[in-house]
Design a protein around this ligand. Structure first.
Ligand SMILES: [Zn+2]
Length: 88
């Protein structure tokens, strides 16, 4: 097995499940889920010392709404709730 590429110094976000696919259209929505989680994750400025290096990362449950663009050529986008856990 070849080693896989691991970011460019960015923290690796681990998702469980690792992929989110629209069950109706079989479209991969994983990147949207990651985008939402990335934005949510900004540490509050009021707690600068909160994220301590060396702290054990534990999975946090999440539920995010993403937009599936729908079938190619169509204009029927719809929202989908994705749930799981994430670790970073
Ligand atoms: Zn869909």
């Amino acid at each position: 097995m070849n080693g896989e590429l691991v970011g460019n110094g960015n923290p690796v976000l681990k998702l469980d499940p690792a992929e989110y696919i629209c069950p109706d259209h079989h479209i991969d929505l994983t990147s949207q889920v990651r985008d939402v989680l990335d934005e949510d994750e900004r540490p509050p400025l009021a707690y600068p010392g909160r994220h301590r290096p060396g702290a054990v990362a534990r999975p946090s449950p999440f539920e995010v709404l993403v937009t599936c663009p729908g079938p190619a050529g169509g204009a029927q986008s719809h929202q989908l709730a994705c749930t799981g856990t994430w670790t970073r």
